[in-house]
Design a protein around this ligand. Structure first.
Ligand SMILES: [Zn+2]
Length: 145
């Protein structure tokens, strides 16, 4: 069986693509290089990981505002039930393949439903292209005449 090949990536550490916990850790390190930050109040001092069998993967609680959250809050990953590792696979493939990647390829590569694949592709492509835009400077008035 051949696939589009998450496994063909050479020297990249693949565990975040295969292991859900590693995927969360990977994303957390990108989003929170200095440790978890509450997306609601911006605090980090009173944030603790939530533990227990019924707790969602990657859940934290901010004891300042008493709200639980995960690293997904406020990102394109929010409000999606897709496993984090599949998002990472999609982001990786999209950044490697660019516009050549289509939803059908992603559907096979991630082993997800076609509708999910096109949803993910759309969100990842728009996030990546937004990231490539130069920083917006809406209040730059130096060009006014
Ligand atoms: Zn908070």
């Amino acid at each position: 069986m051949s696939s589009t090949g998450i496994g063909t990536v050479g020297d990249i550490n693949l565990s975040p693509f295969q292991n859900e916990e590693a995927a969360y850790r990977f994303v957390e390190q990108c989003v929170w290089p200095e440790g978890p930050v509450c997306p609601r109040c911006g605090g980090s001092k009173r944030v603790r990981p939530l533990r227990g069998r019924s707790v969602r993967m990657g859940a934290y609680k901010c004891y300042a505002c008493r709200k639980p959250f995960t690293v997904k809050v406020g990102t394109i990953l929010e409000s999606s039930n897709l496993p984090m590792r599949k998002w990472l696979q999609a982001i990786f493939l999209t950044s490697r393949e660019g516009e050549r990647l289509d939803a059908n390829t992603l559907h096979h590569a991630l082993d997800v439903a076609p509708r999910t694949a096109s949803y993910v592709l759309q969100r990842v492509q728009s996030a990546l292209s937004a990231a490539e835009q130069p920083v917006q400077r809406p209040r730059d008035d130096s060009g006014q005449s």
